[in-house]
Design a binder for this molecule. Structure first.
Ligand SMILES: Cc1ncc(COP(=O)(O)O)c(C=O)c1O
Length: 433
């Protein structure tokens, strides 16, 4: 079949996309799956997926709505937008007009479209979630990484943000702030949110407040920056993390009324690309955002499990001489293996990428290198997602234990044996260096 000449198949890629690697998180998952296929045992601490099942009432709502087949309005199902406005009010005491809410197939897609339609720089702290910066690159936006340090649990400082904005005060900028944070699990005290809000107001910044982990603050005490900078904050959220429904693909943006122009521009792009978010999923999401007693219990137990595991694992890491910020939410840890630098060097390991690649090859424990989150290549940080356990069984165990009782060390050992083993393997590996 010599019908096509070879040069018809030449690669002609958009320059913004040329050279982009697949998403770091997906790449580690593929490497893990490859090792599993080779018969090796792999501990998946790479991909940040909720370990918990979707609450049964929400699954039932999806069953009931499987027949929904019509295209829905591009901005989202009106009843769902109302449910989200109610959710914002109930969980954050924030008033939102349903008309200021945009539904999309995942908050990732919404963040991408915002970067596309808004003409300005992207400002993100390092470390930040792996996708903000590649998204900016795809749409040709300039990324300003703002350095942070371990002494401050890697939080964005108002002074550093001011410093960046001062250089060109009129420049349009979007700041993306994620808390509780992927990759650190840390969040922002109210005082810090207020100071960040002052800087945002001074320079008319647009703030995407990525609160996808807000509902799994371990003490249920998440506070939105939108309280302090209501006029410029877009709250980004969705079903993926607190409702265990990442694969359902449903994300939400709650805009302030004066950013309607931005919402409308995003809706135009949405209408020309994905058309509307899946109808059965939107109908089912009404139940999730309206909430009910079962969901309240589910959240209470999810937080208890995550908090107990975090406490156990932080102790383990510190026992190995590895420093780690103490998380307040989500399911991530961001340890620094600096204390092992000399020993690692002797093994030819100089960077976080080398560290995680040796770790998975030699112990089967998959983690993500700090460099994927914007840290300097030679910094020996990594992100560990502590999700490799049976979420359903852990929730049941949390439910069975008396109310006041923590999800303690014994419960972690009993319900999360793979996590315990993964950390034992990390400890042994470090000890043998
Ligand atoms: C910080 C952060 N933001 C946004 C997302 C995207 O979530 P989704 O597109 O599933 O709503 C993720 C998912 O991992 C995340 O960790």
């Amino acid at each position: 079949m010599a019908r096509f000449k070879k040069n018809h198949l030449q690669v002609h890629l958009n320059l913004n996309v040329r050279g982009l690697a697949p998403s770091a998180t997906l790449a580690i998952n593929e490497q893990s799956n490859k090792l599993i296929r080779e018969g090796k045992q792999v501990f998946k601490l790479g991909l940040g997926q909720s370990p918990f099942p979707v609450p049964e009432t929400v699954v039932e709502a999806l069953r009931q709505n499987a027949h929904q087949k019509d295209y829905l309005p591009v901005k989202g199902l009106p009843a769902l937008k109302e449910a989200i406005a109610g959710f914002n009010k109930r969980t954050q005491r924030i008033e939102s007009d349903p008309d200021d809410i945009l539904i999309g197939p995942g908050s990732k897609e919404l963040i991408f479209i915002l970067q596309l339609v808004y003409y300005g720089d992207i400002v993100i702290p390092t470390p930040s979630w792996v996708s903000y910066s590649p998204q900016a690159r795809i749409v040709g936006r300039h990324v300003n990484w703002v350095p942070t340090g371990a002494e401050n649990d890697y939080r964005l400082s108002p002074e550093k943000l001011d410093l960046i904005c001062r250089t060109d005060p009129e420049r349009p900028r979007v700041v993306i702030l994620n808390y509780p944070s992927n990759p650190t699990g840390c969040t922002y005290p109210i005082e810090r949110l207020k100071l960040l809000a002052q800087v945002a107001r001074k320079y008319n910044l647009i703030l995407i407040s990525d609160e996808i982990y807000g509902m799994i603050h371990h003490n249920g005490q998440h506070v939105s920056l939108a309280h302090y900078y209501p006029e410029g904050t877009i709250i980004s959220s969705g079903l993926s993390k607190w409702c265990g429904a990442g694969g359902w693909r449903l994300g939400t943006f709650s805009f302030p009324p004066n950013l309607k122009w931005l919402l409308n521009a995003m809706a135009i792009v949405a209408s020309e690309t994905y058309t509307a978010t899946s109808a059965p999923i939107q109908h089912a999401a009404i139940t999730a955002f309206n909430g009910n007693e079962e969901i309240n219990e589910y959240l209470k137990h999810s937080r208890k499990v995550l908090k107990g595991i975090a406490r156990y694992l932080v102790k383990e890491l510190e026992g190995m001489g590895v420093s780690v910020p103490h998380p307040q939410g989500a399911f991530y840890l961001f340890p620094n293996f600096e204390n092992y630098r000399e020993k690692l060097k002797a093994r030819g390991i100089y960077t976080s990428v080398e560290l995680s690649s040796h770790l998975i090859e030699e112990t089967g424990v998959a983690i993500l290198p700090g460099a994927d989150f914007g840290r300097q290549p030679e910094e020996l940080t990594a992100r560990l997602a502590y999700v490799d356990f049976d979420g359903r069984a852990a929730l049941e165990a949390a439910e069975r234990s008396n109310d006041g009782k923590h999800f303690d060390k014994a419960m972690v050992k009993e319900n999360c044996p793979r996590l315990v083993e993964a950390f034992d393997r990390i400890g042994n590996w470090l000890a043998d260096l």
